[in-house]
Structures are given as structure tokens and as C-alpha cells.
Ligand binder design. Structure first.
Ligand SMILES: [Zn+2]
Ligand SMILES: [Zn+2]
Length: 176
């Protein structure tokens, strides 16, 4: 069998340098190599005309349907504003102990909150969301350690307060 990898499925344009950096951090946290795959979903099909946002539950299902024999986990990366029915927006979501998740950088941009664009902050936040969602797929629940990446949060300020690493306890709990 081929070596198991974590797949990042890009939906939209992402800078190669950023993807490489994200991949490096993922491997450091979860010990699996990362493969980057350019997705070809037609996102218009997931657009909700009334909410003017994209349907996060359906996007997650699409990622789950994608079949890569050597993928232990798959995370769909998006640039779109994503919602689920009970929330105004989401940064990402994942199937607990499943193999799929999604993450979007749309709501992570400073511009969204009337602040100056900051590419390095954006990448930092995006990494945290991706690692957090991967953590759920590896069986981690929300953590109360303030700096742990598994700490839950609704606002970018919460993301900025935590690290992009798992705390000791979460690390020891990762399902292998
Ligand atoms: Zn979470
Ligand atoms: Zn933790």
C-alpha cells in the first residue's frame, strides 16, 4: 500500500509558498506527509442566492466523496464565504473522527473587519483553522488550554490568541 498522506484539496487560487508552509506545519503536528491537489468543483453549485454565501455542509460532503486511495485525511481549502444553517459563517468544519474537513480564508482576512490587509496574519490564521479541523478528524474535541490550537473560537481575535500547535494533552490524544 502507498504511504498514507493528508490531502489538501485547493478550490481557488492559493499561493504555492503558502501551501508549502501549511503542509510543513501539518506534517509537524500530525506526522503525515501532505499532498496538494488542485480541485475542480464548480463552486457556483454551492452558492446560496439568498445568503450570498456557500453551503458548508454540501462542500464538506463533496470533499468526503473524493476518493484518493492513499489519503488518510482530506481538507478542502476555499476562498469563499461559507455558512452552515445554524451559524452566520464558519472558518471551517470537519467530520469528527472522519476523514474530511473544509477551511476557508474568507472570514480570516483583516479587510473583512475594516483593517489593513496582512498576508502573514492571514496565513497564520488559516494554518490554525486547518490544523484545528484536522484535529477533529483525528478525534480531538475542543480544548480549554488557551494557547492550544483545539481551543474553539468564533472570532479572528480568538485565533490570534492561540498557537498553531496542539497542547501536550491533545497531542497525546491524537488517534493513530
Ligand atoms: Zn472545532
Ligand atoms: Zn489542547
Amino acid at each position: 500500500m502507498d504511504e498514507q498522506k493528508i490531502f489538501l484539496i485547493t478550490n481557488g487560487i492559493f499561493e504555492q509558498e503558502c501551501l508549502k508552509e501549511i503542509a510543513k506545519d501539518i506534517t509537524r503536528e500530525f506526522n503525515f506527509p501532505v499532498s496538494i491537489y488542485e480541485g475542480s468543483l464548480d463552486l457556483r453549485e454551492f452558492y446560496d442566492e439568498v445568503r450570498r454565501q456557500y453551503d458548508g455542509n454540501r462542500l464538506l460532503k463533496e470533499i468526503e466523496k473524493m476518493d484518493f486511495p492513499d489519503a488518510i485525511k482530506k481538507i478542502g481549502l476555499f476562498r469563499n464565504d461559507i455558512y452552515i444553517p445554524i451559524l452566520t459563517f464558519i472558518f471551517g468544519q470537519a467530520i469528527y473522527k472522519g476523514n474530511s474537513g473544509i477551511a476557508s480564508l474568507y472570514r480570516l482576512r483583516n479587510e473583512q473587519y475594516g483593517m489593513k490587509p496582512d498576508e502573514s496574519k492571514l496565513l497564520d490564521r488559516f494554518k490554525k483553522v486547518i490544523i484545528h479541523e484536522l484535529g477533529h478528524t483525528f478525534g480531538l474535541k475542543h480544548c480549554y488550554v488557551p494557547t492550544c490550537v483545539m481551543r474553539s473560537g468564533t472570532y479572528v481575535e480568538h485565533l490570534d490568541q492561540k498557537n498553531h500547535t496542539l497542547c501536550k494533552t491533545c497531542r497525546s490524544l491524537v488517534d493513530r
